[in-house]
Design a protein around this ligand. Structure first.
Ligand code: HEM
Length: 383
């Protein structure tokens, strides 16, 4: 039986599965999970650009019993919305993103390393990767240290709000923190000088009231923290592993090329989902209205029809940047260059400041997640 939905923690090499599926079943109906899985580059693009393939609803009719604030955040996130609601929330998210002030990444990373290095050893994942992207986003919106730490300490819990299915314990802890995070973000956003003009601008082009625009803005600023956590953590982790493995750390440019190739070769996000809003065909396969679709981005990135010598980690391949890890089409990630730049800065800081960086683990364990491949820990020594 072909497995389309598996936990990354259960599979030592998911790329072998993708290779087999690409060869034999690039568009595959998984009867046991009732979901289509799409493995080829061309077909993944056609789904992501198809207006009849929408983002599936998470938490229909609040079946998960989120409280009012948690529900408000979830229901306004651009990442999970469709149609006109997506247009407005995306515009707001992009406006917010464009207002980020540039911050000194190296100051934050050097402090994180200093705080966590014991006898020259550090767990890169828990000490740096889980903290740096969110702290950079928080600082670039001017959050005070106390508020930054409050949000950063709870973000791992809050990101579970995105899960299609949640446990009771996850719902309970999301409900416990949502209101406090919402208030902190509301306070900070109100103090920023661009906020009033953002509300006026959106109010002029939409039928939304200022209060509705405020709620969407607060939710999507929280959304930027949420989106940066898992994916940002994974890119920092996987890039370090690839760079150590291939010894491509001699200068900043080599590190940047390695990060871009890691995005293709060993991405943090492996798949995303859609639901068909009408019948349509991919090749000879008919997708029916209401069918669920798994778009396997990490498989598309290794499609030999698109990338030459696709199984090689090759930082000089010209097409590396054409990977699908950040998605494509209307829901494409707005932080592609930000993420690549942040990861490059962090890793260049590491290799520029330490002569010898050694991996202390030879069997990396991954989080039990279906959509993301995220190392649990990466112990390294720094000399
Ligand atoms: C670090 C690596 C990152 C990866 C691999 C990544 C990946 C993705 C992907 C695949 C999507 C599209 C999902 C879909 O179409 O189903 C997406 C959307 C999004 N990402 Fe990222 N992301 C990353 C970092 C970030 C960061 C740092 C931020 C914010 C600061 C961010 C903000 C967003 C937002 C707001 C969307 C939703 C866009 C929309 O709905 O129109 N991402 N990301």
């Amino acid at each position: 039986m072909n497995s389309t939905l598996f936990l990354q923690s259960d599979v030592s090499n998911p790329y072998l599965i993708y290779k087999t599926m690409l060869q034999n079943n690039p568009v595959y109906w998984d009867e046991s999970n009732k979901i289509w899985a799409i493995y080829s580059y061309e077909d993944c693009i056609s789904i992501l650009k198809n207006p009849q393939a929408e983002i599936p609803v998470v938490n229909q009719n609040n079946e998960q019993k989120l409280n009012q604030k948690a529900l408000e955040i979830l229901n306004n996130l651009t990442r999970l919305s469709n149609g006109i609601q997506h247009e407005t929330s995306k515009e707001i998210a992009m406006l917010l993103f464009s207002k980020m002030k540039s911050v000194e990444t190296t100051t934050i990373i050097s402090q994180l390393i200093k705080d966590n290095l014991t006898e020259n050893k550090i767990d890169w994942v828990n000490s740096v990767c889980k903290k740096l992207p969110v702290l950079v986003v928080l600082k670039s919106f001017g959050f005070e240290e106390k508020d930054s730490d409050f949000i950063s300490d709870r973000i791992e819990t809050l990101v579970k709000i995105m899960l299609p299915q949640k446990t009771e314990a996850q719902v309970k802890s999301i409900n416990e923190i949502s209101s406090a995070i919402f208030s902190i973000v509301e306070k900070q956003l109100s103090s920023l000088n661009f906020y009033e003009s953002l509300i006026v601008k959106i109010h002029e082009s939409n039928s939304l009231s200022p209060d509705e625009i405020k709620t969407i803005s607060i939710s999507n600023l929280i959304g930027l923290f949420i989106q940066s956590f898992d994916a940002g953590r994974g890119l920092l982790s996987n890039s370090l592993l690839q760079i150590l493995d291939h010894k491509t750390f001699s200068n900043r440019t080599e590190i940047e090329k390695s990060v871009i190739e890691t995005v293709r070769f060993d991405p943090p996000i492996h798949n995303t989902r859609r639901i068909a809003t009408d019948d349509f065909y991919i090749g000879e396969s008919q997708i029916k209205k209401d069918d669920l679709i798994l778009v396997v981005l990490a498989s598309a990135n290794r499609d030999p029809e698109k990338f030459e010598n696709t199984l090689d980690f090759d930082i000089e391949r010209n097409s590396n940047n054409e990977n699908l890890t950040f998605g494509i089409g209307g829901h494409m990630c707005l932080a592609k260059y930000f993420s690549i730049h942040l990861t490059t800065e962090a890793l260049w800081f590491l290799f520029d400041n330490y002569k010898t960086i050694q991996l202390l683990e030879n069997n990396i364990q991954y989080e039990p997640m279906i959509n993301a491949r995220l190392p649990k820990t990466i112990w390294i020594s720094l000399q």
